[in-house]
Write a protein that binds this ligand. Structure first.
Ligand code: GCB
Length: 607
């Protein structure tokens, strides 16, 4: 009985936490109203605006006290006691992390409240309106006009709430509580090697839709037949009058109308012999328009296949070597969490200059501009779930959280031709609980998207106790389509000379990818190649590592660590690190270190 009760509570908790409204995809191509700009904010380390002095949440009260910050109350009479006032507070730019905008918040981990007031006129009376967040780190509670819309957990994926009933023409106030405290059971967990930027870090917008609208679709080349475009489309409809959906790809002279089933869904498959495939040389995107009686949405979609065969990765049935680089989502030159189109463009152009045809977006989903631009540029992409190092593998809520974050990035990016790999995790220590956790994530991913490859950045180890021969000893290697692993021989594992002594025995007939290797170097620091932090050390390590990994016969890709130096509180060495992980091939200001040219040459020479 007791156990049943506990199970019920766990289930109830997980359902209440994760029962999210379904994502509206492709808000990028819809008419939206931006709520970006200046927002008022209150720093609230004790969560005084959320709990009363008995630590009971105000939102559980029938009529929340005016002390609750989400009520945005004002003293009306001189006798009123209200101990806050958003409108008298300072402003902060949204989207944007708080750490780099406010000096006193550089290391802050806790709650900040944000408030935006706005007026809104719907274009049609019966229309619906949603508020959409590109991402906000980490735990987000959203309120409109004093009423709770919902909660979102996870720092790097989009979410939305319907606000049709609460929205007024004048004086709406949207209050958002964001808490970036780290937790052992969270995803990621307490320990990472990147800055825990807090705040509303991506765009906020209002999406106005008709009563029945196209919420979601997954349109791609039929993985089994390159002469067919297939897909599914889901409507969100209040009434059954939305019955038909038209798929229009003018360039292919495709225009077909379908009737939805009782769940508001259609599945379709259309033959066409004239499809120009999306490729690295010609990243061709078709304009695909979906329409109902009064909704229309267009997307730019590339059609390609991605598979593996033995040790080969096949893009449109042709073998490809992934010339990659790992990237963190930091704004080049300006610093802080990156978000803008310009940030994406700078990073991807640097990767292109390096000779890359592929990027590993580490260690969490990056913003949508990155993948959209990769689609246009013909750059392949690895997207990663922030299951990093030591997650609470036994905790069901942690699993549901990881799964939910993964589901949101898949929902957002499943129509992007550039995205070829969903990565489950990074450097996770093997154990039964971890294996079960990752297996469940992989099974779920294959169900959601059977058209892409699965991987995870694993770790290597000695082969049968011999430190000179390295292998992968991890049962998750059986599950992945691409066998990726990180290795730091010459940096964390001995000196550079060691690279010359290592050989590999990897017994899988799968493509192998080295998802990380690297060395720290401070831009402008020159000297002996055996002295750490010199650019020459990093240069030499790249030379020796590339020779060493070329001995892996199944090697089909590399994404060294990392394109640009990035901020990390773990990196405290004065005069060298000063809060920066220095493994970038470029400094945080975009200056190229010597190793940049080593990798560039390797990629340029590689077939
Ligand atoms: C790793 C991690 C990465 C770190 C890097 C380092 O293996 O995957 O997140 O930043 O090493 O610099 O130590």
């Amino acid at each position: 009985m007791k156990l049943q009760y506990i199970l019920f509570i766990i289930l109830w908790k997980s359902v209440t936490i994760y029962a999210q409204e379904k994502l509206i995809i492709n808000t990028y191509n819809r008419e939206t109203t931006s709520l970006n700009g200046q927002w008022k904010y209150i720093i609230d380390p004790y969560e005084n605006g959320f709990y009363n002095y008995r630590y009971q949440p105000f939102e559980n009260q029938k009529e929340p006290s005016t002390s609750a910050f989400f009520t945005n109350s004002k003293a009306k009479k001189k006798s009123d006691l209200i101990e806050y006032d958003f409108d008298k507070m300072g402003s902060i730019t949204i989207p944007g992390d708080w750490n780099t905008q406010k000096e006193n918040l550089l290391y802050y981990e806790g709650t900040v409240w944000f408030k935006k007031s706005f007026n809104y006129n719907k274009s049609e009376k019966q229309n619906r309106v949603f508020v959409y967040f590109g991402a906000s780190n980490y735990e987000t509670d959203v309120y409109l006009n004093g009423k709770k819309l919902g909660k979102h957990i996870g720092g790097f994926t989009p979410f939305n709430f319907e606000i049709t009933e609460l929205l007024k023409e004048k004086d709406n106030f949207l209050v958002v509580k964001v808490d970036n405290k780290r937790h052992k059971d969270a995803v990621p967990t307490l320990n990472t090697d990147w800055w825990n930027y807090g705040g509303i870090t991506r765009d906020v917008k209002l999406v106005e839709t008709s009563e029945g609208f196209i919420q979601d679709y997954f349109i791609q080349l039929d993985p089994k037949d390159k002469k067919k475009i297939s897909g599914e489309i889901t409507l969100n409809r209040k009434s059954k009058k939305y019955e038909k959906v038209t798929v229009n790809i003018p360039e292919l002279k495709i225009k077909e109308t379908y009737t939805v089933n009782n769940k508001g869904k259609i599945d379709f498959s259309i033959a066409s012999s004239k499809i120009k495939y999306w490729s690295l040389e010609n990243p061709y995107l078709y304009s695909v328009t979906l329409s109902t009686k009064d909704d229309e949405v267009t997307d730019q979609i590339g059609f390609r296949t991605i598979k593996t065969k033995g040790a080969d990765i096949l893009l449109n049935d042709k073998s490809v070597f992934l010339k990659g680089i790992s990237i963190h989502e930091e704004s080049p030159v300006n610093g802080g969490r990156g978000n803008s189109k310009k940030d994406a463009e700078t990073l991807l152009l640097w990767a292109k200059e390096l000779g890359c045809n592929y990027v590993r977006l580490a260690h969490y989903p990056h913003n949508e501009h990155m993948v959209r631009l990769a689609d246009k540029m013909g750059m392949l992409v690895w997207e990663e779930n922030p299951v990093y190092w030591t997650i609470s593998w036994d905790n069901e809520a942690t699993f549901l959280n990881a799964k939910n974050q993964l589901s949101e990035v898949i929902a957002r990016d499943k129509n992007r031709a550039s995205v070829i790999i969903w990565s489950m995790a990074n450097e996770t220590p093997t154990s039964d609980a971890r294996n079960a956790f990752l297996n469940k994530l992989a099974t779920y991913t294959k169900q959601e998207d059977p058209t892409r490859l699965i991987s995870a950045a694993l770790e290597q180890s000695d082969y049968k106790g011999n430190p000179k021969v390295r292998t992968i000893h991890d049962s998750f290697a059986e599950v992945v389509d691409i066998l990726s692993f990180n290795q730091y021989i010459g940096w964390y594992d001995g000196g550079i000379e060691k690279c010359k002594t290592i050989s590999w025995n990897i017994e899988y007939d799968k493509p192998v990818m080295i998802s990380e290797f690297g060395a720290g170097a401070k831009f402008g620091l020159h000297g002996e190649k055996d002295a750490r932090w010199n650019e020459e050390y990093q240069e030499y390590l790249y030379q020796e590592t590339l020779k060493m990994i070329d001995k892996v016969k199944q090697l089909r890709g590399v994404s060294p660590w990392v394109l640009v130096d990035f901020k990390s509180p773990r990196r405290v060495l004065p005069e060298i690190q000063d809060g920066w992980n220095r493994k970038g091939l470029m400094s945080e200001k975009g200056e190229k270190k010597k190793a940049f040219y080593v990798l560039q040459k390797y990629y340029n020479d590689k077939k």
